[in-house]
Structure formats: structure tokens, C-alpha cells
Design a protein around this ligand. Structure first.
Ligand code: IFM
Length: 472
């Protein structure tokens, strides 16, 4: 069997040990605030992340997304890099604060940027995959109540309609939201993300209003007759009990409820899980859920997108006390434990089996929706060596092992249609600023020079071969 590395240099078909299905989408992902910069260009309005990043103490090193990777001005060169990598699909997010005009209405200049980007991608033979909300709520909507207020969901529907009308003939796959868990629990619960609120009640209400926004978004996309698949991206995960005890199994059930089922059940079954409603009854009575909401939220999807980084290992909190650092409501009384073994620069465990298990669990419990892994990747402290190379062996190994796990899931019955590395470029890693590098492509933030890391060359070879060899 020849290796993927050998396949890269060969023009002829080279078999690999783990081939992916024909038509599999090989992608990389980014998000607007993390790469675009140009926060004042062409009528863009402030977002909650501009405000949050400008607040001392919120972001490591005082970093902001003001310049980021300057992708707004360099998108043509970045699309050329994608083509060099051989990507067949590219997942980006549309910035609501670019598209919304101050006070409401649409800002055509902001929308025009994405129109150009989509055309450039198609010209390069790369399928555009658009996310409508990757955490950058217009600040004026937060000032009016943000995601803890119902109206925000309706505003999202209007915004989605405008984008759908403009890009709906060319985008191949739509995500209404990216990781609503993070928006709700990190943005409104622990406050480590924008807008920095600390209220478990607001967080749970945000969950419902984000799901409602998704429902309005799906309705808008369908009404506009978009030709691409309609989906949502969840940071679904595998939650495992520390010990095989009833108490730890119950802790795992509760965290699975608040990480996974609180989103998956309303989206795919049209109801919130009764155990989650009971577990959170001391935080909210869920009267934010109105008649008809769940019908809207459960409108059929064409696919489900999932982002995976690490599994969760949980136990009942030893003395019945709640860990105050977890994003979950106090009623959840759980302790989180590191998975033994190596971690990335984020301190996140490396466990590809969690990806396989998550894909198979969704397949088993929710039927067999078409699935995409719309984010998977790792941060490492990359070094540019004297010869200009970035030998990111650990990232390559991480991607290789996770792709092998994805392949196992396909073999076992998951209908996985694509995989997107997080991220195309090093970028603004939210509260961690620019310190954590996730890119296949290294960015020198002083000069904005881009350099393909060794992992990018490896990924290009995997794409060219249509698969990978078994990791050794
Ligand atoms: O950078 C983020 C991305 O915006 C959302 N998913 C997780 C990534 C790594 O933290």
C-alpha cells in the first residue's frame, strides 16, 4: 500500500488504506470576527465582540479582532491559498454586523463582500459553506436585550432572509448558527465570552432564543429557495462518566443533557428533554417557550453539522458541591476531569474515539441525518524555523487520528459527508487572543505573511489521495 505522502507526488490514482466516499467534502473553516479585521469598513456596525475585546481584562494580552488576519482585504489571496491546498469546500461565517445597517435594515456594502467571496470561491472550484451566526451579535441588539430576549430571534430571521436572497443560488451548505452552546453558556452563563453576562437563567433563555433564531433562519432560507443544504453547527460531544457508578452515570446524563440533548432534541425531535427541564427547574420555569416555537425549531434539516475537539469526563461533585468554573447551572453539581494522556496548547484532551462515538451516537439516537464535521483541529505553539518551515508534527498527528476516527464512524454506519479543519488560518481565538494558533496556515500578525505549515501539506496530500493511511 502506498502512503499518502507518496500519493502527493504521483499524478496517477494511488490507493490509500482509508479512502473516504466519493464526493466527500474536504474543507477548512473560519469565522468572520476571527479573521476579517476591517471592523470599521463599509458601514460595519460594532458587535458584542468589539465591545467585549475593548473591555480591559477580557482578552489575553488585550488583543482585539480589529485587524485579525485582515482577510477582508486579502480574501482573494486567501482563496488562492485554499486552492493551493486543494480544498473542495470552505466554511466561512457572514458577519451580521456587516450586513445589518445601524438601527435595522440592510447594509448593501457589507453583503457585497460575501458576494465577492462566494464568486471567488466558485471560480477557484471551491464550494462555499456559509454560517450565518458565529457569535458576533450586533451590539445594538445586545443593548436591546440580546439573546435573553425573544425579539433577537426574529431579527435574525430578517437578516437570514437578506443573506439567503443574495447568496442562496451559490452557497452549497448553510449553517444557521455555530455552536449555540457557546453563545448561551459562555456568553450569558460564565461570561468568558461576549457579551460577558453571568446569569444561568439568561443562559438558558438564550438557548431557547438561539434555537428560535435557527427556526426563523431555516424558514427564511427555505422561503428564499436556497439551492444548498440547510443545517446548524453544534459543538456536540461525547460525555463519559469517570467511574462506573450510578452517581457518575447520572452526572454524565446531566451534562449530556445540557451539552447535547438540549439542542439535538428540539431540533430533531421537536421537544426539550424532560430530564433537562426537570434538572433546570430551579433556574427557570421555561415559560420563554411559547406555542408553535418547537414546530419552528424542528423544521426538517438537510444535514447536521458537528464540531468536535475533546470528550468530557465527568463525575458527581465529590462533596455534593458544584464546580463554580463549569458553564453549567448550579443545579448540575458535577466535577470535570482531565482525560489521561496528551493535551493540546488549549489544555484539551486528545481523544479521537470521542469523535467516532459522537457521530455514531447521533446516528443511533436521532436516525441517520447526513452529517458534516464542520470543525476539528488543534492549537500548538508553532515555531517558524530558520528555513521558514513550520514543522507542526503534533497537529498533523491530531488531524490524521481524527480523520481515521471519522472513517471508522463511516464504516460503522454514520452518513458523514465532509470534514472541515479548524482552522484555515491562525486567528483571533476569542478570550485567548492571538496566542493560540489553530491554523493550517501560519500568519505572521506583524506582516500578515501566510505560510503553509507542514500539516497543510499533509492535508493537501490526503485530499489529493481522497483518504489517508491508517495512523501508526
Ligand atoms: O475558534 C473556535 C471557533 O470559533 C468555534 N469552535 C471552537 C474553535 C476553537 O476554540
Amino acid at each position: 500500500m502506498r502512503t499518502v505522502a507518496a500519493a502527493r507526488t504521483s499524478a496517477s490514482y494511488t490507493p490509500v488504506e482509508l479512502p473516504f466516499p466519493a464526493g466527500f467534502r474536504w474543507g477548512a473553516a473560519t469565522a468572520a470576527y476571527q479573521i476579517e479585521g476591517a471592523v470599521h469598513a463599509d458601514g460595519r456596525q460594532p458587535s458584542i465582540w468589539d465591545t467585549f475585546a475593548a473591555t480591559p481584562g477580557r482578552i489575553a494580552g488585550g488583543d482585539t479582532g480589529e485587524h485579525a488576519t485582515d482577510h477582508y482585504h486579502r480574501h482573494r489571496a486567501d482563496v488562492a491559498l485554499m486552492a493551493e491546498l486543494g480544498l473542495t469546500a470552505y466554511r466561512f461565517s457572514v458577519a451580521w454586523p456587516r450586513v445589518r445597517a445601524a438601527g435595522g435594515g440592510i447594509n448593501p456594502a457589507g453583503l457585497a463582500f460575501y458576494d465577492r467571496l462566494v464568486d471567488d470561491l466558485l471560480a477557484a472550484g471551491i464550494e462555499p459553506v456559509a454560517t450565518l451566526y458565529h457569535w458576533d451579535l450586533p451590539q445594538e441588539l445586545e443593548d436591546a436585550g440580546g439573546w435573553s430576549r425573544r425579539d433577537t430571534a426574529a431579527h435574525f430571521g430578517e437578516y437570514a432572509a437578506a443573506v439567503a436572497h443574495r447568496l442562496g443560488d451559490r452557497v452549497q451548505l448553510w449553517n444557521t448558527l455555530n455552536e449555540p452552546w457557546c453563545s448561551a453558556f459562555l456568553g450569558y452563563g460564565t461570561g468568558v465570552h461576549a457579551p460577558g453576562r453571568r446569569s444561568h437563567r439568561d443562559a438558558l433563555h438564550a438557548v431557547h432564543h438561539l434555537l428560535l433564531a435557527h427556526g426563523h433562519g431555516v424558514a427564511a432560507l427555505r422561503a428564499a429557495g436556497v439551492t444548498g443544504q440547510v443545517s446548524v453547527a453544534l459543538n456536540a460531544g461525547t460525555v463519559r462518566p469517570l467511574d462506573d457508578t450510578p452517581a457518575d452515570h447520572d452526572a454524565a446524563r446531566r451534562i449530556d443533557g445540557l451539552l447535547n440533548r438540549i439542542f439535538l432534541d428540539p431540533l430533531l425531535r421537536g421537544a426539550y428533554p424532560t430530564d433537562v427541564l426537570a434538572d433546570t427547574a430551579s433556574v427557570t420555569d421555561w415559560s420563554v417557550v411559547q406555542d408553535g416555537d418547537l414546530d419552528l425549531i424542528a423544521a426538517p434539516l438537510d444535514a447536521l453539522c458537528v464540531n468536535y475537539y475533546q470528550p468530557d469526563l465527568v463525575s458527581a461533585a465529590p462533596d455534593g458541591q458544584h464546580d463554580p468554573h463549569t458553564p453549567y447551572p448550579a443545579a448540575e453539581r458535577v466535577a470535570f476531569h482531565p482525560v489521561p494522556g496528551p493535551v493540546t496548547a488549549m489544555g484539551w484532551s486528545i481523544d479521537p474515539s470521542g469523535l467516532r462515538d459522537m457521530l455514531l451516537r447521533i446516528t443511533r439516537d436521532y436516525g441517520t441525518p447526513a452529517l458534516y464535521v464542520t470543525e476539528n483541529g488543534a492549537a500548538y505553539p508553532d515555531e517558524v524555523t530558520a528555513d521558514g518551515r513550520i514543522r507542526d508534527v503534533e497537529r498533523t498527528d491530531y488531524l490524521h487520528r481524527h480523520l481515521a476516527a471519522a472513517h471508522q464512524a463511516i464504516t460503522a454506519g454514520a452518513d458523514l459527508r465532509g470534514y472541515f479543519v479548524w482552522s484555515l488560518l491562525d486567528n483571533f481565538e476569542w478570550a485567548y487572543g492571538y496566542d493560540k494558533r489553530f491554523g493550517l496556515v501560519h500568519v505572521d500578525y506583524r506582516t500578515q505573511r501566510r505560510t503553509l505549515k507542514d500539516s497543510a501539506h499533509w492535508y493537501r496530500a490526503a485530499i489529493a489521495a481522497g483518504g489517508i493511511d491508517q495512523p501508526r
